[in-house]
Write a protein of this length. Structure first.
Length: 205
């Protein structure tokens, strides 16, 4: 791709670093920004700077938050005894959009993937274990993507958590194998939460 401006090229290259954005899409975004008034550009860059400097992770569930404890964890109307374990914030948003879950979440921050150099120590698994109190935790739902990495992570978590004597369930597989939760429609995802099954039922005997 030939550029008439080094400044334009630099901006396009920066946008192209983001997942799912190629150089052609990056060029469209940059040209669109150039056509915006200066105050809109200042608002855009200010929002990104503020996000990077001020956003934090909830000390309870590891969800992205504006506060030390996120709104979901601090909401007294939510069932604190029901913990839904997810990969990242996109899955929290997807499940929340179903309006079928009133518990709380635990964000792992990824999935176990040896090929990508991601092991259990890279995820917030120990933080999850610290949260579980058999006398207070009613159920743990493992809501991870139906992929090899998701299944590997679920099996690892089950082995770590099964001695707590707390019921462990997984979402029903109305979700296509290999699919991420954020791409599933709200009705299907909502039903999979409602019709979750005990994890041990899915194990090969």
């Amino acid at each position: 791709m030939n550029f008439s401006s080094k400044l334009l090229e630099n901006a396009v290259n920066e946008f192209a670093r983001f997942p799912g954005i190629g150089h052609k899409t990056a060029l469209r975004l940059v040209l669109s920004l150039l056509n915006q008034p200066s105050e809109s550009i200042d608002k855009f860059t200010g929002a990104i700077t503020q996000l990077k400097q001020q956003v934090c992770y909830c000390k309870v569930c590891r969800n992205i938050s504006d506060q030390v404890i996120c709104e979901l964890c601090s909401n007294v109307k939510r069932d604190q005894s029901l913990i839904c374990v997810v990969e990242d914030i996109r899955d929290v948003m997807a499940i929340e959009n179903t309006n079928q879950f009133n518990g709380v979440y635990h964000v792992l921050g990824g999935l176990i993937s040896p090929m990508n150099g991601i092991g259990p120590a890279d995820l917030s698994i120990e933080k999850l274990i610290e949260r579980i109190k058999p006398e207070e935790t009613r159920e743990i739902i493992l809501a991870l993507s139906a992929t090899m990495e998701g299944d590997t992570t679920i099996f690892y978590l089950y082995k770590k958590l099964k001695d707590f004597a707390v019921p462990i369930s997984t979402i029903a597989r109305g979700i296509a194998v290999g699919g991420g939760l954020e791409y599933v429609d709200e009705v299907t995802l909502g039903r999979s939460i409602i019709t979750r099954i005990p994890y041990e039922n899915s194990l090969v005997k």
